[in-house]
Design a protein around this ligand. Structure first.
Ligand SMILES: [Cu+2]
Length: 313
């Protein structure tokens, strides 16, 4: 079975992945055996009972109880096995252990926010401890998204106005990919993130660390890193090309035409407002799709982002 998994599936990196894979292989292998058996029977019987002469007459057969019971009971048993196995697997996947570490997940078009229990927030990077159950409590700020980690074999829809949850326990450290698997608009295909599984100690250190600023790095460079870490680049470019959102190139202190006909100067306050209350002023020609970063990006970080935008003239 392990060989089969390696051939057909991504690596299994959670405690329940093995069970899910085993059921998947059971269904595949039994279907394959039945396919071969039935095909051989069809070919053999067509040959054995072929018409040999013109006065070959098919005998009248009303029924054959043994045969009928056999072909009803065998599939019934198979279906019951698959049902029982699938149901216990489903229950295990939907019932997180009591000691699970909880992380709040917010899906937004088109990024993932992760809120930890001490107020720490990360964007598009979920950090979790290895060998410890983690429960995700998820909701969406806009449309339906879906949270999928192939390596963990977990997937669940993320809905607006309602919580959904899933849990997993990672079995090895390293990175795995998170996909959004519910088509959610223009940049859906870029709505991916990573789960970074760390040792318990590394995780404690990371989650306890304040958002300390590395003073040795110039502010504009920190800003550039922030813009990439917070998923801004999915919609904004630094080279003048416009994507879902306008480019940062030449933005600083330029006159911005707004959708309501007014014009504003792109100063520090305007950029700050654009990040925290993205729907306050909409740039003409663009849709109001930028998520709000209120509670995700703090003032120090906004300063750094502004310094970065200033360099793009
Ligand atoms: Cu999505």
């Amino acid at each position: 079975m392990i060989e089969l998994s390696e051939y057909m599936l991504p690596p299994a990196r959670s405690t329940l992945a093995g069970e899910t894979d085993a059921l998947f292989h059971f269904i595949n292998v039994t279907s394959f055996i039945l396919l071969i058996g039935i095909t051989i029977a069809i070919v053999y019987f067509s040959w054995k009972y072929r018409r040999r002469s013109d006065d070959d007459v098919t005998p009248v057969i009303t029924h054959n109880s043994t045969l009928e019971i056999t072909w009803s009971v065998i599939p019934l048993i198979l279906v019951m096995i698959v049902f029982g196995w699938g149901f216990t697997g489903y229950m295990n996947l939907t019932t997180p252990p009591d000691n699970a570490y909880e992380v709040r997940v917010v899906g937004k078009s088109w990024l993932w926010e992760f809120h930890y229990n001490n107020g720490k927030v990360s964007v598009n990077e979920l950090n979790v401890p290895v060998d410890r159950p983690v429960k995700l409590v998820m909701s969406s700020d806009d449309v339906i998204h879906s949270f999928f980690v192939p390596d963990f074999r977990v997937k669940r829809d993320v809905l607006p106005n309602r919580y959904s949850s899933l849990w997993f326990e990672a079995t090895e450290t390293g990175e795995s990919i998170i996909f959004c698997t519910e088509y959610c608009g223009t940049n859906h295909s870029q709505m991916d993130a990573v789960v970074n599984v760390m040792t318990q100690d590394d995780f404690e250190t990371w989650v306890e660390s304040g958002d300390s600023v590395d003073e040795s790095v110039p502010p504009a460079e920190r800003g550039e890193a922030l813009v990439s870490r917070n998923g801004c680049n999915a919609c904004h470019s630094a080279d003048g090309s416009s994507g879902v959102g306008p480019s940062y190139l030449g933005l600083w202190e330029s006159e911005r035409p707004l959708a309501n006909g007014e014009t504003v100067t792109a100063d520090a306050n305007y950029i700050r407002e654009s990040i925290l209350q993205s729907d306050a002023k909409i740039v003409e020609g663009y849709d109001n799709v930028m998520p709000s970063y209120q509670g995700v990006i703090n003032d120090r970080e906004i300063d750094d982002i502004i310094e970065y935008i200033k360099t793009l003239e």
